[in-house]
Ligand binder design. Structure first.
Ligand code: HEC
Ligand code: HEC
Length: 239
């Protein structure tokens, strides 16, 4: 309810501003409103949370406008060469783990205008660290013998279980937990395995003003945990 009142107030505010002056800020809020509608009809929230609503296959998008550049967002949402080049000059690789639908620049810009209005949660995200998993006794040697297929499966599970919502690899993914690049060099297998809990932390992601997140809560099987650990262990730091 509060949110609806806030929105109504926002719309009214933008109307007032529009009648007072014709600054470019108006256009932005108009396209942001259109972008918001697109975000809803295109089901972006099935994978991304905004506030406390949405899925957790993708990183939460609250505050994305302050942690990502416009060039980055354009490259993710359009298929223009220009956007891609900008993206590549900002990031030294081209990696996209989750292919997104490609939009015409006009549509993408509306979505971006909306994404850029999303504030970070008040006081930031409240994240609880992983609980130490009960999988401690898992035999690290067994995981060492993981096959290429296990490792590939582990990579899939990493995204399927929503780990990327908080962790990035290759600068793709969320930033609520540490980036996992090079984790295989700085941590041993036991440590990594220990940190792969059943991702219950999802349920406590947003606290305080945002209330408790309604993010679904996944259960990783022992096999999945082993495979994810094997995958993460292959992420060595570049010399
Ligand atoms: C099937 C799930 C899914 C859907 C639907 C989806 N996304 Fe994503 N999105 C992801 C995943 C997973 C990532 C992180 C991994 C990656 O970057 O490839 C991501 C990353 C992003 C990022 C980059 C965020 C960051 O901080 O790096 C943006 C922006 C984004 N998505 C916007 C959208 C928009 C807008 C829509 C709707 C048009 C959408 N997504 C629909 C799964 C999804
Ligand atoms: C809600 C956010 C969140 C999600 C989802 C999440 N993590 Fe984490 N993760 C964190 C935070 C915060 C830390 C740092 C605090 C800690 O060590 O517990 C962390 C730490 C880690 C570490 C240790 C990294 C290091 O260098 O010390 C590993 C490994 C890890 N997570 C793996 C995973 C895996 C695998 C998943 C998916 C099953 C996952 N995480 C899901 C937030 C998250």
């Amino acid at each position: 309810m509060k949110r609806i009142i806030f929105l109504v107030a926002l719309v009214q505010l933008s109307l007032i501003v529009e009648t007072v002056s014709a600054n470019p800020q108006n256009k932005l809020s108009k396209s942001a409103i259109e972008g918001k509608a697109l975000f809803a009809t295109m089901n972006c929230a099935s994978c991304h949370t905004v506030g406390q609503e949405g899925g957790c296959l993708g990183p939460p998008l609250a505050g994305v406008g302050s942690r990502r550049t416009k060039g980055f967002l354009e490259a993710r949402l359009t298929d223009t060469k220009e956007a891609e080049q900008k993206f590549q000059s900002e990031y030294s690789y081209h990696a996209e783990l989750m292919p997104h639908p490609r939009f015409a620049p006009e549509t993408a810009n509306k979505l971006i205008a909306y994404l850029q209005t999303l504030p970070s949660p008040k006081g930031g995200f409240q994240i609880e660290p992983h609980k130490s998993s009960e999988a401690k006794s898992r035999n690290a040697n067994e995981i060492k013998e993981a096959t290429a297929a296990d490792i590939a499966e582990g990579a899939r599970s990493f995204y399927k279980l929503g780990c990327a919502a908080c962790h990035s690899i290759g600068n793709i993914g969320g930033s609520l937990g540490p980036a996992l690049d090079g984790v295989g060099s700085r941590r041993d297998l036991d440590f990594i395995t220990d940190h792969i809990t059943d991702a219950q932390i999802h349920t406590r992601m947003l606290k305080g003003d945002e209330g408790t997140s309604k993010m679904p809560h996944f259960k990783a099987t022992e096999r999945e945990i082993d495979q994810i650990a094997a995958f993460l262990y292959t992420l060595k730091s570049k010399k």
